[in-house]
Design a binder for this molecule. Sequence first.
Ligand SMILES: Cc1cc2nc3c(=O)[nH]c(=O)nc-3n(C[C@H](O)[C@H](O)[C@H](O)COP(=O)(O)O)c2cc1C
Length: 282
Amino acid sequence: MTSSPHLLSPFSLGDLTLENRVVLAPLTRARSGVDRIPNELMAEYYAQRTTDNLLISEATVVSPQGIGWQDTPGIYNDAQTEAWKAITNRVHEAGGTIFLQLWHCGRASHSSFHGGELPVSASAVKIDNGDQIHTPTGKHDYETPRALSTEDVVAVVEDYRMAAERAKAAGFDGVEIHSANGYLLDQFLQFKTNQRTDRYGGNLENRCRLLLEVVEAVQTVWPASRVGVRLSPNGAFNDMGSPDYRETFLHIAQQLDTYKLGYLHVMDGLAFGFHDLGRVIN
Ligand SMILES: Cc1cc2nc3c(=O)[nH]c(=O)nc-3n(C[C@H](O)[C@H](O)[C@H](O)COP(=O)(O)O)c2cc1C
């Protein structure tokens, strides 16, 4: 008699065999200090949460341009890459598997993180939900971001590729591309924040281009089964939500399916803010 899979039964994720189906969700902890270098406190945190399971790391910025939260870790220099090794070692010693979540905040940032330069986005559309942002100089209103030029977007893709390489050097088992919660990649996907007229904007196919180019760049470093993508079709966080969200996210899910990635990580939006542009079906 075969038994049905349950929470503590093994699971194959591509070539990885996970001893159970318990996964730690990516959770920003903001414990890396101003240099954004992982540390012993973080190693302890991840080790405490490892019992032969999969962990997705906290969101980790792929470049200085991607910064938008205080004290969150990075994966764009040698010191950060080296410091992550202590964490991946601790997780592996405990029998765990850990993916690094790759992050670029885009417009969900502030000029005080960038030496006075405006944060960047798909288009010059600011977060307008009455919230403020915590910055090194206190809480401030959001600013209208600078729209990335076409050449700038190509450079962003390269930042993701390099971060994926560093993740490998740091001993991670895979990477999750953070394209949810109103951060840069989500800002390109959604009509609300993407009003571009170049090949990265306008129609749906163009709006998906940046994410797909990032997936392809990351796949030059990692096999497809070691790459996941996170989306949040229903999310209101960071002032997101576009009327064509069903069409947009069905299309992107179909596109992502062709890459045979390890997994698609979909937030339902109910716990994290639902945009109310559609009906919740229970
Ligand atoms: C404090 C906090 C930090 C979070 N940090 C991240 C993050 O770094 N990356 C991410 O994709 N989601 C992040 N999330 C969202 C969680 O991964 C999770 O999806 C959310 O809490 C909703 O829970 P649920 O998915 O079980 O409904 C965070 C949530 C909280 C409360």
